[in-house]
Structure formats: C-alpha cells, structure tokens
Design a protein around this ligand. Structure first.
Ligand SMILES: NC(=O)c1ccc[n+]([C@@H]2O[C@H](COP(=O)([O-])OP(=O)(O)OC[C@H]3O[C@@H](n4cnc5c(N)ncnc54)[C@H](OP(=O)(O)O)[C@@H]3O)[C@@H](O)[C@H]2O)c1
Length: 272
C-alpha cells in the first residue's frame, strides 16, 4: 500500500493495539514516525517503543493532538475515561475507529460532542498473526476516500468486510469475533478423537491443525462453495460419508446455529 500522510494515534496498546500497529508497519502502510501509541501502563509503552519503534504516550490528550486517525483499542469498560481525554484534543477532521466490542457509535459520538466521523471495527484474535477477519461499520459522516483508507488499514491485518447495519456487528461478534475459539474447539476435538483411537498426541495435534489450515486454503483458493467442496471429498459408501452421517445425526449444524445465536445474544446484552 502507498505510504500516507496520516498521523495515527493508537489509544490502548495492549494485545489488539499492538497487533494492529505491527500489521500497519509490517505492510508498509505507515512509517513508525506516523504512529503514536498510548497506554496508561508504562510497561506497554516500553514494549511498543522497543518492538515497533513508535513514539509512546501515557497521556491520551498528547497522543491525539494533530492525529487524523484515532484508533480506540481499550476495553469497553475503560472507554469512557479514554474518550473524556481524547475528546479534549481531537481534531474535528479526525476519523475515530473503535474496535471495542458492543460499544455503539451513538454512545461513542455522545461522548465525543457529536463527532461525526466514527467507525466501528470488529477484528478477531487472529490479528496477532495478521490473519484477522474484520467487519467494519461506517457512520454516515465518513467519506468515500476515508472508507477506502480504513478498509486498507484493516486489510493489513487480514480479511475485511463492511456491514451496512450496525446491529449486524453483534452477529459478526458471535460468528467471526468468537469464531477462532470455535475452531480451536474443533481442532481440540479432532485431536482428542485421534488420541482416543490410538494415535500419539503430537501426531494427532499435527493432523488436526493442518487439516483445518489446509481446508481453509482449499476453500479460499478454489473459490468453491463449502457444500460443493464437502461433496467433492465424499465418495458413495466411503469413509467421509460415514463420519459426516454421525455429525448430521448429532445435529452439528443446529448446534452451531445455537452457539452463534448465544454469542450474538450476549454481545447485544453487553452493548451500550
Ligand atoms: N482480544 C480480542 O480477541 C479482541 C477481538 C475483537 C475486539 N477486541 C476489542 O479490542 C479492545 C482491546 O482488547 P485487548 O484484548 O487488546 O485488551 P488489552 O490487551 O487489555 O489492551 C488494552 C490496553 O489499554 C490500556 N488502557 C486501559 N485504559 C486506558 C486508557 N484510558 N488510556 C490508555 N490506555 C488504556 C490497558 O491498560 P491496563 O492493562 O492497565 O488496563 C491495556 O494495556 C477491546 O475493546 C476488545 O473488545 C478484542
């Protein structure tokens, strides 16, 4: 991506803040001198200086002064305090992007004196290895060019989709936000089955991990629907069909629907 003139302030430099800053630097989207990382924890500031070479701040007001892009990466319960400080020096032209789960744009804008340029992003834990799946919701005050830039920014840490309805971010949270944990459970279960049936644990773990990784690559590179790929590897009377029959009888799909529904419901309950 072309280097831009943007000055970015990252408010909260914990796991997600660091992952996003690393992704932006690693992709060449930003130079270290274009990023200011703020955290109330001095230890996190030291980590960001040492590992990312960016300037760091314990005062959010100073970090935000002159920034045209502000990334809010604190926990939802810390957002109110952070916004009170950010609001004091925020430029009226700055785009504010919050990655906090369940914190609505209305709530954010109310605490930023009605600031119109607010975006919500829902990344997932795979951002730590630049493989996030992120959904974005743009407030109407965000222009076309700004939308494009924000999509490019989150594109540096993985795949990115846009939702046109803010409510959909709760479903996103239930699906791809919590999704890595569902996939870990799937891998855990596959490996455990292998061990129970007689494989050594290292062999079973390796097989489970690379089966999930390879399947995702196959789906991505072939572009075929999941159902078509599943059918491709099922021969009549074969082993895969025997296994799938058990999963269908056990209401695997209905179980997943219930899991995503429960996580979506929880996201709505926690919303403010
Ligand atoms: N982790 C995920 O998988 C994930 C996925 C999607 C979205 N998110 C969202 O990402 C946000 C950050 O999550 P995280 O996992 O990166 O949390 P984290 O590791 O706890 O990082 C947050 C950092 O912000 C600091 N902080 C708290 N209040 C602050 C303030 N007022 N000013 C400056 N810094 C402040 C915290 O310091 P202290 O340690 O002293 O509190 C901490 O270092 C959350 O809102 C979460 O909903 C996370």
């Amino acid at each position: 991506m072309k280097k831009r003139a943007t000055q970015l302030a990252c408010i909260g430099s914990g796991k997600m803040g660091e992952a996003l800053v690393r992704g932006l630097l690693g992709s060449g989207a930003f130079r270290p001198d274009q990023i200011r990382a703020a955290d109330r924890d001095p230890a996190r500031c030291t980590v960001m200086e040492k590992t990312c070479g960016v300037s760091t701040y314990q005062d959010n007001r100073e970090a935000v002064r002159g920034a045209d892009l502000v990334l809010l990466a604190v926990k939802p319960q810390d957002m109110e305090t952070a916004l009170n400080e950010v609001g004091e020096t925020l430029s009226s032209e700055a785009v504010v992007v919050s990655i906090a789960a369940g914190v609505t744009t209305n709530w954010l804008r109310q605490r930023l004196a009605g600031h119109p340029k607010v975006v919500r992003a829902m990344p997932n834990a795979a951002a730590w290895v630049s493989k996030s799946t992120t959904a974005l919701y743009f407030c109407p005050g965000i222009g076309e060019q700004e939308r494009k830039e924000i999509q490019e920014i989150f594109g540096t840490v993985g795949a990115c989709v846009v939702v046109e309805t803010e409510d959909h971010l709760d479903i996103v949270t239930g699906l791809s936000g919590s999704g890595p944990a569902y996939v870990f459970l799937l891998m855990e279960s596959l490996a455990e089955a292998g061990v129970t049936l007689g494989l050594s644990r290292p062999v079973a773990v390796e097989l489970a991990l690379h089966t999930v990784l390879g399947s995702a690559h196959l789906a991505l590179e072939s572009g075929k629907p999941f159902a078509a790929l599943r059918e491709m590897i099922c021969s009549p009377g074969g082993t895969t069909l025997a296994g799938l029959k058990v999963l269908e009888e056990g209401a695997f799909r209905a179980l997943f629907l219930r899991a995503v529904e429960a996580a979506t419901r929880r996201s709505r309950e926690l919303a403010r």
